[in-house]
Design a protein around this ligand. Structure first.
Ligand code: ADP
Ligand code: MG
Length: 348
Protein backbone atom coordinates (compact mmCIF):
# COMPACT_ATOMS: atom_id res chain seq x y z
CA UNK A 1 0.00 0.00 0.00
CA UNK A 2 2.98 2.28 0.27
CA UNK A 3 5.05 0.87 -2.55
CA UNK A 4 6.00 3.37 -5.26
CA UNK A 5 6.20 1.46 -8.54
CA UNK A 6 8.26 4.17 -10.28
CA UNK A 7 11.06 4.12 -7.76
CA UNK A 8 14.62 3.84 -9.00
CA UNK A 9 16.28 0.61 -7.87
CA UNK A 10 20.06 0.61 -7.63
CA UNK A 11 21.39 -2.85 -6.65
CA UNK A 12 23.52 -2.76 -3.49
CA UNK A 13 26.23 -4.67 -5.36
CA UNK A 14 26.85 -1.54 -7.49
CA UNK A 15 28.42 0.19 -4.47
CA UNK A 16 30.20 -2.58 -2.58
CA UNK A 17 30.25 -2.70 1.23
CA UNK A 18 32.52 0.29 1.84
CA UNK A 19 30.84 2.42 -0.82
CA UNK A 20 27.51 1.62 0.78
CA UNK A 21 28.65 2.53 4.30
CA UNK A 22 30.15 5.80 3.03
CA UNK A 23 27.02 6.63 1.10
CA UNK A 24 24.66 5.95 4.00
CA UNK A 25 26.66 7.69 6.67
CA UNK A 26 27.99 10.74 4.81
CA UNK A 27 25.35 13.11 6.25
CA UNK A 28 25.88 12.27 9.90
CA UNK A 29 27.22 15.19 11.94
CA UNK A 30 28.99 15.06 15.27
CA UNK A 31 27.37 17.38 17.83
CA UNK A 32 28.16 15.83 21.22
CA UNK A 33 31.10 17.03 23.27
CA UNK A 34 31.65 13.44 24.43
CA UNK A 35 32.23 12.11 20.90
CA UNK A 36 35.98 12.14 20.22
CA UNK A 37 35.87 9.95 17.11
CA UNK A 38 32.74 8.78 15.31
CA UNK A 39 32.43 6.68 12.15
CA UNK A 40 35.57 5.87 10.17
CA UNK A 41 37.98 3.95 12.38
CA UNK A 42 37.92 0.46 13.89
CA UNK A 43 35.99 1.79 16.87
CA UNK A 44 34.46 5.04 18.06
CA UNK A 45 36.16 6.95 20.90
CA UNK A 46 33.99 8.62 23.56
CA UNK A 47 35.01 10.72 26.56
CA UNK A 48 32.52 11.04 29.42
CA UNK A 49 34.87 12.62 31.96
CA UNK A 50 33.97 10.48 34.97
CA UNK A 51 30.25 10.59 34.27
CA UNK A 52 28.24 7.39 34.50
CA UNK A 53 26.88 6.15 31.20
CA UNK A 54 24.07 3.77 30.31
CA UNK A 55 24.14 1.41 27.33
CA UNK A 56 21.18 -0.38 25.79
CA UNK A 57 20.55 -2.33 22.61
CA UNK A 58 17.61 -3.68 20.61
CA UNK A 59 17.34 -5.99 17.64
CA UNK A 60 14.43 -5.64 15.21
CA UNK A 61 13.67 -8.41 12.74
CA UNK A 62 11.46 -8.09 9.66
CA UNK A 63 8.32 -10.21 10.00
CA UNK A 64 8.74 -10.42 13.78
CA UNK A 65 8.95 -6.79 14.94
CA UNK A 66 7.89 -4.91 11.85
CA UNK A 67 5.94 -5.42 8.64
CA UNK A 68 7.17 -3.42 5.67
CA UNK A 69 3.80 -3.62 3.94
CA UNK A 70 2.56 -0.79 6.14
CA UNK A 71 5.71 0.45 7.84
CA UNK A 72 7.51 2.91 5.54
CA UNK A 73 11.29 2.42 5.79
CA UNK A 74 11.83 5.99 6.88
CA UNK A 75 9.53 5.41 9.85
CA UNK A 76 11.24 2.13 10.61
CA UNK A 77 14.61 3.90 10.76
CA UNK A 78 13.15 6.54 13.05
CA UNK A 79 11.38 4.05 15.31
CA UNK A 80 14.38 1.73 15.65
CA UNK A 81 16.33 4.67 17.09
CA UNK A 82 13.44 5.83 19.30
CA UNK A 83 12.91 2.47 21.03
CA UNK A 84 16.52 2.61 22.21
CA UNK A 85 16.44 6.25 23.25
CA UNK A 86 13.34 5.43 25.25
CA UNK A 87 15.29 2.79 27.21
CA UNK A 88 18.02 5.35 27.92
CA UNK A 89 15.40 7.85 29.13
CA UNK A 90 13.84 5.14 31.33
CA UNK A 91 17.13 5.10 33.28
CA UNK A 92 16.70 8.87 33.80
CA UNK A 93 19.68 9.41 31.49
CA UNK A 94 20.01 11.64 28.42
CA UNK A 95 20.91 9.87 25.15
CA UNK A 96 24.16 10.96 23.49
CA UNK A 97 25.30 8.40 20.89
CA UNK A 98 24.00 5.41 18.93
CA UNK A 99 25.45 2.73 16.70
CA UNK A 100 23.36 1.16 13.93
CA UNK A 101 23.87 -2.32 12.50
CA UNK A 102 21.94 -3.70 9.57
CA UNK A 103 21.68 -7.00 7.71
CA UNK A 104 19.94 -6.72 4.34
CA UNK A 105 18.93 -9.19 1.66
CA UNK A 106 19.50 -8.35 -2.01
CA UNK A 107 15.75 -7.74 -2.29
CA UNK A 108 16.49 -4.21 -1.02
CA UNK A 109 17.85 -1.61 -3.45
CA UNK A 110 20.05 1.29 -2.35
CA UNK A 111 17.02 3.60 -2.42
CA UNK A 112 15.35 1.53 0.32
CA UNK A 113 18.38 1.89 2.59
CA UNK A 114 18.50 5.61 1.85
CA UNK A 115 14.95 5.84 3.18
CA UNK A 116 15.85 3.84 6.29
CA UNK A 117 18.85 6.09 6.94
CA UNK A 118 16.83 9.25 6.33
CA UNK A 119 14.65 8.17 9.27
CA UNK A 120 17.70 7.40 11.41
CA UNK A 121 19.19 10.79 10.56
CA UNK A 122 15.95 12.60 11.41
CA UNK A 123 15.81 10.92 14.82
CA UNK A 124 19.49 11.66 15.46
CA UNK A 125 19.05 15.33 14.63
CA UNK A 126 15.77 15.80 16.56
CA UNK A 127 17.16 14.06 19.67
CA UNK A 128 20.58 15.63 19.28
CA UNK A 129 22.61 12.41 19.31
CA UNK A 130 25.60 11.26 17.26
CA UNK A 131 25.67 8.13 15.10
CA UNK A 132 29.17 6.88 15.89
CA UNK A 133 29.35 3.49 14.21
CA UNK A 134 27.68 0.29 13.20
CA UNK A 135 28.04 -2.73 11.01
CA UNK A 136 26.69 -3.65 7.59
CA UNK A 137 26.22 -7.16 6.33
CA UNK A 138 23.98 -9.24 4.08
CA UNK A 139 21.14 -11.50 5.18
CA UNK A 140 19.69 -14.54 3.42
CA UNK A 141 16.22 -13.06 3.69
CA UNK A 142 14.70 -9.88 5.02
CA UNK A 143 15.99 -6.95 6.98
CA UNK A 144 17.46 -6.88 10.48
CA UNK A 145 18.30 -3.70 12.29
CA UNK A 146 20.07 -3.39 15.60
CA UNK A 147 20.62 -0.09 17.37
CA UNK A 148 22.77 0.42 20.45
CA UNK A 149 22.25 3.64 22.41
CA UNK A 150 24.48 5.33 24.96
CA UNK A 151 23.35 7.96 27.44
CA UNK A 152 24.77 10.16 30.17
CA UNK A 153 23.66 10.20 33.80
CA UNK A 154 24.07 13.39 35.81
CA UNK A 155 25.61 12.66 39.22
CA UNK A 156 23.77 9.76 40.83
CA UNK A 157 20.58 10.44 38.95
CA UNK A 158 20.14 7.00 37.39
CA UNK A 159 16.83 5.37 38.24
CA UNK A 160 16.21 1.63 38.30
CA UNK A 161 13.04 -0.45 38.12
CA UNK A 162 13.80 -1.33 41.70
CA UNK A 163 13.30 1.47 44.27
CA UNK A 164 9.55 2.05 44.59
CA UNK A 165 8.46 2.34 48.25
CA UNK A 166 5.06 1.91 49.92
CA UNK A 167 3.09 5.20 49.81
CA UNK A 168 4.88 6.36 46.64
CA UNK A 169 2.71 7.59 43.79
CA UNK A 170 2.65 5.82 40.41
CA UNK A 171 2.89 8.33 37.55
CA UNK A 172 2.69 7.98 33.76
CA UNK A 173 3.66 10.48 31.05
CA UNK A 174 1.42 11.31 28.08
CA UNK A 175 -1.40 8.91 27.25
CA UNK A 176 -1.43 5.22 26.46
CA UNK A 177 -3.04 2.62 24.22
CA UNK A 178 -2.64 4.69 21.03
CA UNK A 179 0.15 2.67 19.43
CA UNK A 180 -1.77 -0.57 19.78
CA UNK A 181 -4.94 0.89 18.26
CA UNK A 182 -2.84 2.36 15.43
CA UNK A 183 -1.60 -1.14 14.69
CA UNK A 184 -5.20 -2.43 14.61
CA UNK A 185 -6.08 0.25 12.05
CA UNK A 186 -3.05 -0.52 9.88
CA UNK A 187 -3.70 -4.26 9.97
CA UNK A 188 -7.34 -3.73 9.04
CA UNK A 189 -6.31 -1.54 6.09
CA UNK A 190 -3.78 -4.16 5.00
CA UNK A 191 -6.58 -6.78 4.81
CA UNK A 192 -8.80 -4.38 2.85
CA UNK A 193 -5.89 -3.65 0.50
CA UNK A 194 -5.33 -7.40 -0.13
CA UNK A 195 -8.93 -7.74 -1.33
CA UNK A 196 -9.01 -4.49 -3.30
CA UNK A 197 -5.62 -2.91 -4.08
CA UNK A 198 -7.34 0.11 -5.64
CA UNK A 199 -9.01 1.05 -2.40
CA UNK A 200 -7.52 4.25 -0.98
CA UNK A 201 -7.74 4.03 2.78
CA UNK A 202 -8.99 7.09 4.65
CA UNK A 203 -6.79 7.14 7.71
CA UNK A 204 -7.52 10.77 8.55
CA UNK A 205 -9.80 10.08 11.54
CA UNK A 206 -7.10 7.82 12.95
CA UNK A 207 -4.09 10.10 12.44
CA UNK A 208 -3.22 10.23 16.12
CA UNK A 209 -3.18 6.48 16.76
CA UNK A 210 -1.48 5.62 13.44
CA UNK A 211 1.25 8.15 14.25
CA UNK A 212 1.64 6.67 17.71
CA UNK A 213 2.35 3.33 16.03
CA UNK A 214 4.47 4.51 13.10
CA UNK A 215 6.26 7.47 14.65
CA UNK A 216 6.62 7.06 18.40
CA UNK A 217 8.71 9.47 20.45
CA UNK A 218 11.11 8.89 23.36
CA UNK A 219 10.26 11.04 26.39
CA UNK A 220 13.60 12.81 26.68
CA UNK A 221 11.54 15.91 27.47
CA UNK A 222 10.20 14.20 30.60
CA UNK A 223 13.72 13.35 31.83
CA UNK A 224 14.60 17.03 31.43
CA UNK A 225 11.33 18.15 33.00
CA UNK A 226 11.97 15.97 36.07
CA UNK A 227 15.46 17.43 36.35
CA UNK A 228 14.05 20.97 36.15
CA UNK A 229 11.41 20.15 38.75
CA UNK A 230 14.09 18.55 40.92
CA UNK A 231 12.16 15.31 41.11
CA UNK A 232 14.13 12.07 41.14
CA UNK A 233 11.75 9.14 40.60
CA UNK A 234 12.20 6.25 43.02
CA UNK A 235 11.78 3.78 40.14
CA UNK A 236 11.16 4.04 36.40
CA UNK A 237 10.51 1.95 33.26
CA UNK A 238 9.35 2.75 29.73
CA UNK A 239 6.08 1.35 28.42
CA UNK A 240 7.04 -0.98 25.61
CA UNK A 241 4.89 -4.01 26.47
CA UNK A 242 1.84 -2.43 28.12
CA UNK A 243 0.99 -0.86 31.44
CA UNK A 244 0.23 -4.05 33.38
CA UNK A 245 3.44 -5.78 32.41
CA UNK A 246 5.52 -2.68 33.28
CA UNK A 247 3.75 -2.26 36.63
CA UNK A 248 4.52 -5.89 37.39
CA UNK A 249 8.22 -5.30 36.56
CA UNK A 250 8.44 -2.30 38.89
CA UNK A 251 6.55 -3.99 41.73
CA UNK A 252 8.46 -7.28 41.47
CA UNK A 253 11.86 -5.62 41.43
CA UNK A 254 10.90 -3.17 44.17
CA UNK A 255 9.13 -5.84 46.25
CA UNK A 256 5.99 -3.77 46.67
CA UNK A 257 2.28 -3.94 45.83
CA UNK A 258 0.17 -1.39 43.99
CA UNK A 259 -3.33 -0.02 43.40
CA UNK A 260 -3.92 1.22 39.85
CA UNK A 261 -7.01 3.40 39.38
CA UNK A 262 -8.87 2.68 36.15
CA UNK A 263 -10.50 6.13 36.04
CA UNK A 264 -7.09 7.84 36.15
CA UNK A 265 -5.54 6.07 33.14
CA UNK A 266 -4.92 8.81 30.52
CA UNK A 267 -6.48 7.97 27.14
CA UNK A 268 -6.62 10.12 24.02
CA UNK A 269 -10.18 10.62 22.66
CA UNK A 270 -9.09 8.89 19.41
CA UNK A 271 -8.11 5.80 21.42
CA UNK A 272 -11.53 5.76 23.08
CA UNK A 273 -13.42 6.17 19.79
CA UNK A 274 -11.27 3.59 17.98
CA UNK A 275 -11.80 1.11 20.83
CA UNK A 276 -15.56 1.68 20.52
CA UNK A 277 -15.38 1.05 16.79
CA UNK A 278 -13.46 -2.20 17.33
CA UNK A 279 -15.73 -3.07 20.25
CA UNK A 280 -12.87 -3.54 22.68
CA UNK A 281 -12.49 -2.21 26.17
CA UNK A 282 -10.11 0.76 26.32
CA UNK A 283 -8.76 -0.26 29.75
CA UNK A 284 -7.81 -3.66 28.30
CA UNK A 285 -5.88 -1.84 25.57
CA UNK A 286 -4.17 0.52 28.01
CA UNK A 287 -3.11 -2.40 30.16
CA UNK A 288 -2.10 -4.88 27.47
CA UNK A 289 -1.32 -2.84 24.36
CA UNK A 290 2.27 -1.78 24.01
CA UNK A 291 4.77 0.36 22.13
CA UNK A 292 3.60 3.70 23.53
CA UNK A 293 7.11 4.46 24.85
CA UNK A 294 5.75 6.64 27.62
CA UNK A 295 7.56 6.65 30.96
CA UNK A 296 6.06 4.96 34.01
CA UNK A 297 7.62 5.93 37.34
CA UNK A 298 7.09 6.26 41.05
CA UNK A 299 7.74 9.36 43.16
CA UNK A 300 7.74 10.03 46.84
CA UNK A 301 4.55 11.80 48.02
CA UNK A 302 6.71 14.70 49.15
CA UNK A 303 7.40 15.42 45.46
CA UNK A 304 3.73 15.50 44.48
CA UNK A 305 3.36 19.32 44.70
CA UNK A 306 6.17 19.66 42.13
CA UNK A 307 4.40 17.60 39.46
CA UNK A 308 0.81 18.51 40.37
CA UNK A 309 -1.14 20.00 37.48
CA UNK A 310 1.53 19.23 34.87
CA UNK A 311 -0.40 18.28 31.72
CA UNK A 312 2.27 15.72 30.68
CA UNK A 313 2.07 13.74 33.91
CA UNK A 314 -0.79 11.78 35.48
CA UNK A 315 -0.87 10.07 38.86
CA UNK A 316 -2.52 6.70 38.15
CA UNK A 317 -1.76 4.65 41.22
CA UNK A 318 -0.47 4.18 44.69
CA UNK A 319 2.33 1.90 45.89
CA UNK A 320 1.51 -0.45 48.79
CA UNK A 321 3.21 -3.11 50.84
CA UNK A 322 4.09 -6.25 48.92
CA UNK A 323 1.50 -8.27 50.86
CA UNK A 324 -1.32 -6.06 49.50
CA UNK A 325 -0.67 -7.39 45.97
CA UNK A 326 -1.26 -5.63 42.64
CA UNK A 327 -4.79 -4.51 41.79
CA UNK A 328 -6.74 -2.56 39.26
CA UNK A 329 -9.38 -0.50 41.09
CA UNK A 330 -12.20 -0.23 38.55
CA UNK A 331 -14.64 2.65 38.04
CA UNK A 332 -17.22 0.49 39.82
CA UNK A 333 -14.78 0.29 42.73
CA UNK A 334 -14.10 -3.43 42.38
CA UNK A 335 -10.57 -4.71 42.78
CA UNK A 336 -9.13 -6.94 40.06
CA UNK A 337 -5.69 -8.53 40.43
CA UNK A 338 -3.23 -7.26 37.82
CA UNK A 339 -1.66 -10.17 36.03
CA UNK A 340 0.54 -10.29 32.96
CA UNK A 341 -2.33 -11.72 30.91
CA UNK A 342 -4.93 -13.43 33.08
CA UNK A 343 -6.93 -10.41 34.15
CA UNK A 344 -8.15 -9.95 30.55
CA UNK A 345 -10.72 -12.68 31.24
CA UNK A 346 -12.59 -10.38 33.60
CA UNK A 347 -13.65 -8.16 30.76
CA UNK A 348 -14.45 -10.94 28.31
P1 ADP B 1 35.01 -3.20 10.45
O1 ADP B 1 35.57 -3.97 9.31
O2 ADP B 1 35.99 -2.83 11.49
O3 ADP B 1 33.75 -3.82 11.00
P2 ADP B 1 33.47 -1.50 8.79
O4 ADP B 1 34.06 -1.38 7.44
O5 ADP B 1 32.31 -2.41 8.98
O6 ADP B 1 34.60 -1.77 9.84
O7 ADP B 1 32.99 -0.05 9.25
C1 ADP B 1 33.73 1.11 8.95
C2 ADP B 1 33.19 2.25 9.77
O8 ADP B 1 31.82 2.48 9.41
C3 ADP B 1 33.17 1.97 11.26
O9 ADP B 1 33.38 3.20 11.91
C4 ADP B 1 31.78 1.47 11.51
O10 ADP B 1 31.40 1.69 12.84
C5 ADP B 1 30.98 2.29 10.52
N1 ADP B 1 29.78 1.60 10.03
C6 ADP B 1 29.72 0.40 9.39
N2 ADP B 1 28.45 0.08 9.06
C7 ADP B 1 27.67 1.10 9.52
C8 ADP B 1 26.28 1.36 9.51
N3 ADP B 1 25.39 0.50 8.98
N4 ADP B 1 25.83 2.51 10.07
C9 ADP B 1 26.71 3.37 10.65
N5 ADP B 1 28.03 3.19 10.68
C10 ADP B 1 28.53 2.06 10.14
MG1 MG C 1 32.03 -4.04 10.09
Amino acid sequence: MIEDKNQQRTPLSDLGEFGLIDHLTKNFKITQKSTVKGIGDDAAVLNFENKKIVVTTDLLVEGVHFDLSYMPLKHLGYKSVIVNLSDVCAMNALPSQITVSIAVSNRFPLEALEELYAGIETAASIYNIDVVGGDTTSSASGLLISVTAIGIVEGNNEVYRKGAKPNDLLVVSGDIGGAYMGLQILEREKEVFKVNPNNQPDLEPYTYVVERQLKPEARKDIVKLLQDLEVKPTSMIDISDGLSSEIIHICKQSEVGCDLFEEKIPLDPTVISTCEEFNIDSTTIALNGGEDYELLFTISQADFPKIKGNPSLTVIGFIKEKEAGLHLVTRADTRIPIQAKGWKNFNA
